[in-house]
Design a protein around this ligand. Structure first.
Ligand SMILES: [Zn+2]
Length: 260
């Protein structure tokens, strides 16, 4: 092995370095299988605690959009619509997607919900939960963290579920950083466009979410996925590239018609 390559590999092993889909260096300590296990456990907990929607139109709407988007990522994804009026959606390692009925009521069209689901899947693809746990001194507690998801009200359990992005359910909110939000926005924008959804609707969606979260109730989604002043600018800057993906998708017949 050439000496330089050896040095690079060795230093990566020491620092647990990884690269995100947008080319950013990441500190990733835990294994993907550990994160998947945590995501599965957390999703099972939610399914046991929260009622699922019986509205088949809503469920079909969400599944139609999620299938088109996850077709672009590959893998089998489980999608559940929860009966909950809060404006929320999330995706977990282990390929799990949850959408609240409140968000379905808010969106005007398939493209706006595709923007949220794309953003959420973007967090998973970029391994943001792993990075959050790795940053929070998980080095000595990695194994404990995995099992702590089963006890989400314990201090370690709270660290685990909040790093997964669903801590609000258990009274603890850990907002994604601006770096993570920007990255999920860009990955999500490309994903929705490649699936044949109009990426321009992402801007309408974020404006709508901002407006809606100015109500009296602090909104769970906007607390864990904080908006920032530059979000719309960044989306607009990236829009020409996303529009190319959108037009390519349309030219090969990817034209989803998901209705609620
Ligand atoms: Zn986010």
């Amino acid at each position: 092995m050439p000496y330089k390559l050896f040095v690079v590999l060795f230093s990566c092993l020491l620092t647990a370095c990884a690269t995100s889909p947008t080319g950013r260096s990441q500190f990733i300590y835990m294994s993907d299988s550990e994160l998947d296990q945590m995501g599965l456990q957390a999703f099972d907990n939610l399914k046991a605690e929260k009622p699922q929607s019986k509205n088949s139109q809503y469920t079909n709407f969400v599944i139609c959009i999620a299938e088109a988007i996850t077709h672009e990522t590959g893998g089998d994804w489980e999608v559940i619509v929860f009966e909950d009026d809060s404006l929320n959606a999330f995706a977990l390692p282990g390929n799990k997607i949850g959408v609240h009925t409140g968000l379905i009521k808010l969106v005007d069209n398939q493209d706006q919900l595709a923007a949220v689901i794309g953003h959420e899947v973007g967090h998973v693809l970029a391994r943001h939960s792993n990075e959050r746990m790795s940053q929070k001194a998980a080095v000595s507690q990695g194994i404990g963290l995995v099992s702590a998801v089963g006890n989400p009200t314990s201090p370690l359990g709270q660290l685990a579920v909040s790093s997964l992005g669903i801590g609000a359910q258990y009274g603890i909110i850990l907002p994604f950083s601006r770096t993570h939000e920007s990255e999920a926005d860009i990955i999500g924008l490309d994903l929705m466009a490649k699936a044949g959804f109009d990426p321009r609707q992402s801007i309408n969606l974020w404006q709508k979410m901002d407006q809606a979260s100015k109500g009296q109730q602090p909104d769970e989604f906007m607390s864990t996925h904080p908006s920032h002043d530059t979000r719309i600018n960044e989306l607009s800057e990236h829009m020409p590239k996303a529009m190319q993906f959108y037009q390519q998708a349309q030219s090969i017949g990817k034209t989803p018609h998901c209705t609620k």
